[in-house]
Design a protein around this ligand. Sequence first.
Ligand code: BDR
Ligand code: CA
Length: 314
Amino acid sequence: MTKKIILDCDPGHDDAVAIMLAAASNNIEILGITCVGGNSTLENTQLNALKICTLINRTDIKIYAGSNKPINYDLVTAAHVHGKSGLDTDGDPIIVDSSYKIQEENAVDFIINECHKYIDPIYLCPTGPLTNIALSLQKDPSIKEKIKEIVFMGGAALCIGNITPSAEFNIYVDPHAANIVLKSGIPITMMGLDVTHKVNVNDEIIKNIKKNNNKSSKFFAELMNFYSRFHRQLYEIDESPLHDPCVIAYLIDETIFKGKLVNVQVEENSELTRGKTVVDWLGVTNRQPNCKVITEANANKFFDLLSNELSKLT
Ligand code: BDR
Ligand code: CA
């Protein structure tokens, strides 16, 4: 059965790949894309979402603007990874038609209204800081029953962080939002650095996907060539973790991944460990499990899926 999703993102090169994968899949219906400040300012992330949907010829997808800053902290961006625009590449600029605009309805109201619109609960897929999702839950807690599952990219369970030694970027940016989501009681799946570092893109994979020879696969190659620069420098290997598409791949084919249902809480205020996902992997506390933490992935299956789906787009 097709899964109805709201993709809440901060594009972002890997967010762009998540959008493309979701747009291509017959198993997914995108109800809308909601944007949040994260990798870049909200102004940039919403413009980038318009650009991505323009490039893949899917201007039927409606895009909504959400929060421009985290609940309590000032916005921290990731220009060091995604460039000044949040979606820098060496390719041609993407020109968005003046008729393709951000919707007037705010992302938070859109999320709430969509949750109430359908009989069957829907999926929320955040691939940026969790601000929009947390604000929606705060504004209308009754949407909890209308959400089948929240599958988010963020956190680091058994591995080091990428923005500080203790924290992954999305959770670091808005740890208060992350805790609101984790305490909501909604079924939650966490695609953190543990698993995204098992889904690594390299030159060979980029070249093979480019061979699909359609516009979207060539765009994938442009995105990944830029995105790889930072990761090569940081990790000193020729591979880059492809974080955000893991969320969509999980919804398309759960069998690619493995994880464990455990308790996850987030450190909000410590100067040293702000944004750390404290994961009770061994069950040494009596805190109730609230999140399925994914740690394993079959990378070959993942990249076969991605390549096939991208080949279906423009
Ligand atoms: C996450 O941070 C962002 O830079 C990526 O888009 C991804 O969502 C990885 O830590
Ligand atoms: Ca992201």
